[in-house]
Write a protein that binds this ligand. Structure first.
Ligand SMILES: C[C@H](O)[C@H](O)[C@H]1CNC2=NC(N)=NC(=O)C2=N1
Length: 95
């Protein structure tokens, strides 16, 4: 796979809704809230399968119905188009 180009958080955020830039690093963040743990974990399961197919994985933290997600690309030390595409996938299935 080719090395992804760094586009930066600002360029990514211009293409997304509900995401913000992370403090102190080039990354984007979003907090999703679901009806309950079952819905949150279902979302995480669907994202995990897709992320593994893409070889592009989220950093995330879950408590009950809340899932806090951070996306960045280690391979370019910042935000790349891969983060935008995974963010769009998450938004599409989050409902
Ligand atoms: C070796 C492996 O392909 C890389 O470490 C992949 C795996 N998952 C990844 N996930 C994310 N978010 N960023 C990466 O740069 C990345 N790189």
């Amino acid at each position: 796979m080719t090395r992804p180009a760094k586009i930066g958080a600002a360029a990514a955020l211009a293409q997304l809704e509900g995401w913000t830039g992370a403090d102190g690093k080039d990354a984007i963040e979003k907090t999703y809230r679901f009806a309950d743990f079952n819905a949150a974990f279902g979302f995480m399961t669907r994202v995990a399968i897709e992320a593994d197919k893409r070889d592009h994985h989220p950093e995330w933290f879950n408590v009950y119905n809340r899932v806090e997600v951070t996306l960045t690309t280690h391979d370019c030390d910042g935000v790349s188009e891969r983060d935008v595409q995974l963010a769009k996938f998450m938004d599409a299935i989050a409902g």
